[in-house]
Unconditional design. Structure first.
Length: 427
């Protein structure tokens, strides 16, 4: 057996030590893993955004009221809260890669099966199945990136965010023309998106086999002690900020196309306008986190994004067809509070374990907070027949969103707040 290579520099020659290079199979597996992460991220929003431009057709065919349509817009938040809380426990039992792979399977099955639904209840149930897959993947993809790409967290999070935004915009942009090309039946227009889930599933299966995770060893090795996170004011502010921005985002994804259509804009253009609100997040998701991370706090970004939203909702309320592309851009910029809050979650904890706990808490509680918003918007619209009330409600929500955001954006760490008073005295 040949001796191991000496990695120390020679004191006489000063030669640089040889660094261990990954083998070709390991390198190819790393590339496949990165592609699989991007493919999974692409699937995290089409379940919702492919539905918005086709919502009128779905409602008419299934006999769905406006209030039920509002409930449909709230289902993502409910699923994200419920299954987001369950995802870490599932990851500890079978490993995060296995859970994400199962999530891709749930997305594929749910999206395909709901296109055959004969009633509202079945449609909602199958949408929830797909969203369960989205929820667990949403929570665990950053965990997988942190674990398997520890030296490339920034670029991989950027890849993840851009792929998510691209998938969101793609579904909004092409759902209507794709449905028309497939004969005009909304069932084909929604069901075709199962193909993206199937592709992601095919990519994740070899990663699952290659990594061979084993439950507790894969999911909880070196797990840090659990923080009493409910004692942290920053954590609660983060959860409220996350929840209020999610309320606006899911109302926009569910109703923006309808708002434009009611103003006389055709379905294809309304889908393109929704896509603009989403695609604006592709470059911003890459640039904004880097800018925000360089500052001691992120309060300036909180105020600017909220101001964009107020201006966009005002334009939609009073002149939706007057400058629709401007309103779409402004609303899209306001929805970039999502990558901002993800960045703040990473900055508000000192350790990776603290970040993971803050992420689960902020997203879980935040999505619970966001559930009533879309339902109220659907109810207000059904009661008034106009969009002034719902849009005024969204603009009003931006005020507490900004206030909670200002608190969450301060340079604080939850480890300093989420400790028992006795421990603080000892320290």
């Amino acid at each position: 057996m040949p001796p191991a290579a000496d990695t120390t520099a020679s004191p006489r020659t000063g030669a640089r030590p040889q660094t261990e290079r990954p083998s070709a199979p390991a390198k190819y597996l790393g590339v496949l893993f990165a592609v699989a992460i991007a493919a999974a991220a692409v699937n995290l929003r089409p379940v919702v955004t492919s539905l918005g431009p086709l919502l009128d057709s779905v409602r008419a065919d299934l006999g769905m009221s406006s209030t039920l349509a509002g409930l449909l817009a709230a289902v993502p938040s409910l699923c994200f809260a419920l299954f987001g809380f369950l995802a870490p426990a599932a990851a500890r039992r079978i490993g995060p890669i296995a859970v994400i792979t199962a999530g891709m399977g749930a997305i594929t099955a749910g999206v395909l099966a709901r296109s055959f639904a004969g009633g509202t209840a079945v449609f909602l149930l199958l949408t929830a199945l797909a969203l369960a897959g989205v929820a667990v993947s949403n929570v665990l993809l950053p965990v997988v990136i942190k674990r398997y790409f520890p030296e490339k967290v920034g670029p991989m999070i950027g890849l993840y965010s851009m792929a998510l935004s691209a998938g969101t915009a793609l579904a909004a942009l092409v759902s209507v023309p794709l449905t028309s090309a497939l004969g005009g039946d909304w069932r084909y227009g929604l069901g075709v998106w199962a193909g993206l889930g199937a592709l992601a599933l095919v990519l994740w299966l070899p990663v699952l086999i290659a990594k061979r995770e084993r439950g507790e060893r894969a999911g909880s090795a070196g797990a840090p002690a659990k923080l009493p996170i409910t004692r942290s004011r920053t954590a609660w502010a983060m959860a409220a900020y996350f929840g209020l921005q999610a309320t606006g985002a899911y109302v926009v994804m569910g109703f923006l196309s309808k708002i434009f259509q009611d103003s006389g804009i055709d379905k294809g253009t309304s889908g393109a306008l929704l896509a603009v609100t989403m695609v604006i997040g592709v470059p911003v998701s890459f640039v904004l986190p880097n800018l925000a991370a360089r500052r001691g706090d992120q309060r300036l970004f909180v105020v600017v994004l909220a101001s964009f939203g107020i201006a966009g909702y005002a334009g939609l309320a009073f002149a939706p067809a007057g400058a629709p592309w401007v309103w779409a851009v402004l609303v899209g910029l306001s929805n970039c509070a999502f990558p901002l809050v993800l960045t703040m979650i990473g900055l508000r904890a000192r350790t990776a374990g603290g970040v993971a706990q803050l992420s689960v808490f902020a997203q879980g509680v935040g999505y619970l907070i966001s559930i009533p918003g879309p339902i109220l918007v659907g109810w207000i619209y059904q009661a008034t027949g106009r969009w002034y009330g719902p849009l005024g409600f969204l603009a009003l929500l931006l005020v507490p969103q900004m206030l909670f955001g200002l608190r969450a954006a301060r340079a604080r760490h939850i480890e300093d707040e989420a400790v028992h008073p006795a421990e603080r005295v000892k320290a």
